[in-house]
Design a protein around this ligand. Structure first.
Ligand SMILES: *C/C=C(C)/C=C/C=C(C)/C=C/C1=C(C)CCCC1(C)C
Length: 265
């Protein structure tokens, strides 16, 4: 892909966004690891997965950030960043998604603790759709031809809509069975999922909407970066809040019969 020339502001915005993201992912990693004792044992796998997701993302942002510095150098006039000729490696992002998106889906299903047979089938279907979505998006991402970008973007949107639809419906179904304080959190999780995942195709579309050159390229990078912070650390925090609320709730329920038995003695 031919990189566009960037203004100093565009270059720095992206560079600083990458740096912020490394910090956010690293901080979230520490939190998810340390917060495990705060939730019941059966929800701990969800927190472990959250930690793995942000850990993988921290590593990839570190690599992306390095690739960004190598791909550009300040021009002789000092007012523009010009491509060095070393390609910017966008594949890091897609490799990251192939790993983290299925994990995020498993994390969501895990915290809902749906019946085993339901959750197994569901996770497999969602995981397959996620890999398809990312694999179909990539050829469009690296192409400079707008028709190719549009074609693969459209194909990728089919599994995307399937995932969003299934999660929306499944999360909706669990709403009726959850305690009141968990219901509010699950509702927020659904909205955050829609808002953060919806960000990716919008960022992808920018070059097709006439936002071209340096502005379009900067927009895509910033869009994916903001979306990643919402979809990984912020999403993980909400998963933690749900796990915590459910743990507290279930301890209260479990507590009741044992105290009754104690009275019976
Ligand atoms: C942590 C990373 C996450 C949650 C990444 C999610 C990525 C998407 C939802 C990407 C979707 C795309 C489309 C729906 C069409 C255009 C191509 C993609 C791959 C950007």
């Amino acid at each position: 892909m031919d990189l566009p020339v960037l203004t100093v502001t565009q270059y720095s915005l992206v560079f600083n966004a990458f740096s912020l993201t490394i910090a956010a992912m690293g901080g979230a990693f520490a939190f998810f690891v340390l917060a495990r004792p705060q939730v019941a044992e059966k929800y701990r796998p969800a927190l472990v997965i959250s930690a793995v997701v942000v850990g993988i993302a921290a590593y990839h942002y570190f690599k992306i950030s390095g690739s960004w510095s190598q791909a550009y150098e300040l021009g002789a006039g000092g007012d523009m960043y010009r491509p060095t000729g070393i390609p910017f490696n966008d594949a890091y992002r897609y490799v990251d998604w192939v790993l983290t998106v299925p994990l995020l889906l498993i994390e969501t299903v895990a915290v809902l603790t749906l019946a085993k047979n339901v959750s197994g089938g569901l996770a497999a279907r969602l995981g397959t759709a996620a890999v398809l979505m990312i694999a179909l998006g990539y050829p469009g991402e690296i192409s400079t031809d707008t028709n190719t970008r549009l074609l693969f973007g459209t194909l990728s949107t089919i599994p995307f809509l399937y995932i969003i639809y299934v999660l929306w419906v499944e999360l909706g179904k669990t709403l009726t069975t959850q305690p009141a304080r968990v219901r509010v959190l699950v509702r927020n999780l659904r909205l955050l999922l829609l808002a953060s995942w919806g960000f990716y195709p919008i960022a992808y579309l920018l070059p097709l909407l006439g936002v071209s050159g340096g502005a379009g390229f900067t927009g895509v990078q910033l869009g994916y970066t903001v979306a990643d912070i919402l979809a990984k650390p912020a999403f993980g925090l909400l998963i933690y809040a749900i796990a915590r609320a459910k743990s507290v709730d279930e301890t209260e329920i479990v507590g009741a019969p044992s105290s009754a038995a104690a009275i019976g003695d």
